[in-house]
Design a protein. Sequence first.
Length: 324
Amino acid sequence: MIDRQRYSFLTLVFIGLTLMLSSWNDEERRSIIGPLPPVPDYTDSTQWFIVNRGGEADLFYIISTETGDHMQGDDTCHLADTYDETLRKNMLKEMVAVDSFYSGKRLNYFSPFYRQVSMNSWGTPDLAFALLPIAVEDVKHSWDYYLKHLNQGRPFIIAGFSQGAVATFDILKEMPDSVRSRLVAAYTIGFKVTQEDIVHPNIKLAQGATDTGVLIGFNSVKSPESILYISENNVACINPVNWHTDAEPATFVLYGRRGNDTLSVWCDTVSHHLIVDGYTKHRPIPLFGKPGNYHNMELKFYYPYIRQNMADRVAAFMKKKKEE
């Protein structure tokens, strides 16, 4: 939930700030960014949610913003403490839900706890931007550990939603060819894909349902007037129901506890957003939402179609490898 260009700039600022703060005392540092929770130790199994199904491919998933501010002593902490049981429960809910939504019966599932930026922080964007590199670095460290100790050479899907998608871009851009050769696909849901992203040699946009080594990105709205700043100037859109990049609409079923709704979705080739027709029950997201923006519905809208698509892309990847 950030402006990508601003994030890139502030990452450099953060590095300089980190060097400067290292020579300061705790009181001076806290006055800038607040207290820091303990660094996650990814050799510790409690810092992961893992479901090993003995599958031929993995899903590495980075959760979105699930935690708020909390107290660390007498100070307000704006980053999740991955050892705090209350905060862990909030993060675990999304981890478990996404596994049930997407992994099916064949994908092994790996999702790291990380010091994510709190939801409250987005009320003060400059604070959130200053904190975000800490969250991204945690995810990158978990990714390195996963590759060295958990992946065991299997093909993988990497996916992230909202705040989690930011780290996905960083991981993709830094991925060596020896690792990228095992990339089935990357799903960066609920965040903008920029022109700068797609000119990077490691990022290739999906064009259909079974191409591999590609990035799948989309953002859902009722109309272009509902676009949030987190997806402004987006350049990528693929329909997760019919897997078209053009404006051909597709009908889908939104499954609910009290009944199902039949909706339709199509890619607006001007704004590069998914336009969803027929949904009427949505409430705007607190802090930065707009009426008609469906950011927090992305995972719920399309999960049966994405789950099948992940299986289809894995099958296409394995077939291609056998033919090489």
